[in-house]
Design a protein around this ligand. Structure first.
Ligand SMILES: [Zn+2]
Length: 166
């Protein structure tokens, strides 16, 4: 049994004490609903493998709930959503890309966490050093190479900033 099915069974059994419930049928119905919910964001399926995508609670990958995720039934990769919406943060990403984004974000966040500049100005810097528009410059949409490029450019920027006396 796929672990998604296992997860679903667990939930359905918890809610339902009726023995007559056809679990396989309930599961198929649930999967179809979840696929339908993902149709708007991923009309052509997974951007990595074209597999079917479902919108589902993040418990299936994290063990506890951090809101919904778009999850590919074929390759098992996923992407989160913007807080309290079902808007995907970006494209479905593999594990290496997800890690690269987290790391790039940590380094980027230092710009404003260090009080070097405001958050707003940090995002202006991001656009400028990546030569991207406001719409393009989202780390959650970057691929691995772009994350690496951002990290390099931020390091160079930091060197410059450290060498300047205002
Ligand atoms: Zn996929």
């Amino acid at each position: 049994m796929s672990f998604i099915k296992h997860h679903f069974m667990h939930d359905i059994i918890k809610e339902n004490t009726n023995d007559d419930v056809d679990l396989d049928y309930q599961y198929e119905k649930w999967i179809e609903e979840r696929k339908e919910a993902a149709k708007e964001a991923f009309p052509f399926g997974c951007n990595l493998c074209t597999g079917d995508v479902i919108l589902v609670d993040s418990t299936i990958v994290y063990g506890s709930s951090y809101g919904n995720i778009y999850y590919c039934l074929r390759c098992g990769n996923y992407v989160g959503v913007h807080k309290e919406t079902d808007k995907p943060l970006g494209l479905i990403a593999d594990e290496q890309t997800r890690k690269a984004r987290i790391y790039a974000h940590e380094i980027f966040d230092n710009l404003f966490k260090s009080k070097l500049m405001t958050r707003h100005n940090s995002y202006k810097i991001l656009q400028a050093i990546m030569d991207m528009s406001q719409d393009e410059a989202h780390i959650s949409r970057f691929d691995k190479e772009q994350c690496g490029e951002l990290i390099n450019r931020l390091r160079r920027l930091k060197k410059v900033l450290n060498s300047i006396t205002f």
